[in-house]
Design a binder for this molecule. Structure first.
Ligand code: ISE
Length: 335
């Protein structure tokens, strides 16, 4: 069977997914594209012979769409995720699942009413080989348990519309999920530190900022979020265990030596840095949809990450105090 995918959101991320589904992956094809900008939807849909819609609701209602891929901005995810779940369709939604914990709860409730897990959140780092090795080392346990995780999340630049809130709910959310995934436990409190701001930012931004979090077992996480670092897209992560450390390597394949010195290329965005992880994520999702199964992170993961974001925003707005993360008990459905 070929999974007939409907894409909502014809921006850069949506187009990158179309490219991988049509040219790199097996088992799926994009049959419909929806975007609030109908011309944008048509520009992506027409070369594929796919249908174009101006709303996600119309695309979800199309009986020829088997599964839905949402790649719009976070704050408009909730109604489309809920509509897909209510239509009984599998949905892969880019992060954040929702931008409020309240909307996250609505998704959890709708999915439980549907009686099966239908929602996968696009936390693609879970499919990155390096993070996978780190997780395996933790599970194997030879180096003991984790005590600290040091993370750095650096973007070259961001557009003027990008807010300090987005540095948490759109950028740091990746480390929030990655640390939950690596450590296999929830984050219980969080605080935001605000160092001297770079002059290479739009004036409204607090850039960089550092998110400091603690987990149930007491692991301390520090995450430098720096969205105007200029030189490239750079993700670092070091796990400190009792008897060793594990550090994510850079993603270069070759090193050049010349008159300038020894150097290698640096990625420019998440789309190239995590290309292989995105491919794995979407390929596994297509295969799972074919079998009628869920794969990847759940809406619980999306909800839990949003609860940590909410606490971080509260800390930011209250001058950096440590804020306890509030979340409901994990329903047995997501055990
Ligand atoms: C973007 O949406 C991503 O998901 C990237 O991984 C992140 O680095 C960037 O800051 C976000 O805006």
């Amino acid at each position: 069977m070929t999974v007939r995918i409907g894409l909502i959101g014809a921006g850069g991320m949506g187009r990158a997914h179309v490219e991988r589904i049509e040219n790199e992956l097996a088992g799926g094809t994009v049959v419909a594209v929806a975007d609030i900008n109908l011309d944008g939807a048509k520009a992506v849909a027409e070369p594929l012979g796919a249908k174009a819609y101006a709303t996600g609701a119309e695309l979800i209602a199309d009986p020829e769409v088997d599964a839905v891929l949402i790649a719009t901005f976070g704050k408009v995810h909730a109604p489309d995720v809920l509509a897909a779940v209510e239509a009984g369709k599998y949905v892969l939604c880019e992060k954040p699942l929702t931008t409020t914990a309240e909307d996250g709860l609505k998704v959890l409730e709708a999915e439980q009413r549907a009686g099966k897990k239908l929602v996968t959140v696009g936390f693609m780092r879970r499919f990155d080989a390096g993070y996978g090795e780190m997780r395996k080392a933790l599970v194997d346990g030879e180096l003991g348990y984790a005590t600290l995780v040091h993370c750095r999340h650096r973007n070259p630049t961001v557009p003027e519309g990008y807010t300090t809130r987005n540095m948490i709910d759109d950028t740091a959310i990746h480390e929030i999920d990655t640390c939950r995934f690596l450590l296999g436990e929830e984050i219980t409190s969080v605080r935001i530190d605000t160092p001297r701001a770079t002059s290479r930012r739009f004036a409204h931004l607090q850039d960089p900022l550092v998110l400091v979090a603690k987990t149930e077992s007491g692991v301390l996480i520090d995450d430098e979020v720096n969205v105007n670092i200029q030189f490239g897209y750079a993700i670092e992560c070091e796990l400190v265990l009792e008897a060793g450390t594990i550090r994510l390597s850079d993603q270069h394949h070759t090193i050049t030596r010349d008159a300038v010195g020894e150097h290698h290329a640096i990625c420019s965005s998440h789309i190239d840095r995590f290309h292989a992880a995105f491919n794995q994520e979407v390929q596994q999702w297509i295969r799972a949809v074919e079998r009628g199964e869920h794969t990847g992170s759940t809406s619980w993961d999306g909800y839990a990450a949003t609860c940590v974001v909410d606490a971080a925003i509260e800390s930011l707005e209250s001058g950096g105090v440590e804020v306890a993360v509030q979340m409901i008990d994990r329903p047995a459905f997501y055990a």
